[in-house]
Design a protein around this ligand. Structure first.
Ligand SMILES: [Zn+2]
Length: 89
């Protein structure tokens, strides 16, 4: 999947979402979550990232050069390579 263009901004979620990076639940009203919207090969998308993943997203997309087959799998690979031990924080 190639991402052509997207923006990311902080959101206060009004309902429950799932983090597209780590797969965890983002509860309604959670602080620090971010919403990404834009276009990729499949068309427009909107997805959410939890507060724990949000600080790493720019680094992650540079790491995979904005091209990624499976966000969750690749994100875990990236974190284990570049930020080992992050799950224990
Ligand atoms: Zn997450």
């Amino acid at each position: 999947m190639t991402v052509y263009d997207f923006e990311r901004k902080p959101v206060k979620t009004r309902k429950k979402h799932w983090c597209v990076y780590c797969g965890d639940v983002i509860p309604a009203g959670a602080d620090g979550a971010e919403c990404e919207s834009g276009f990729d090969e499949d068309g427009p998308f909107r997805r959410y990232a939890c507060a724990r993943c949000a600080p790493y997203l720019n680094e992650f997309w540079r790491w995979c050069d904005y091209c990624c087959e499976n966000i969750t799998d690749w994100f875990y690979g990236f974190m284990n390579e570049c930020h080992p031990g992050w799950r224990r924080e």
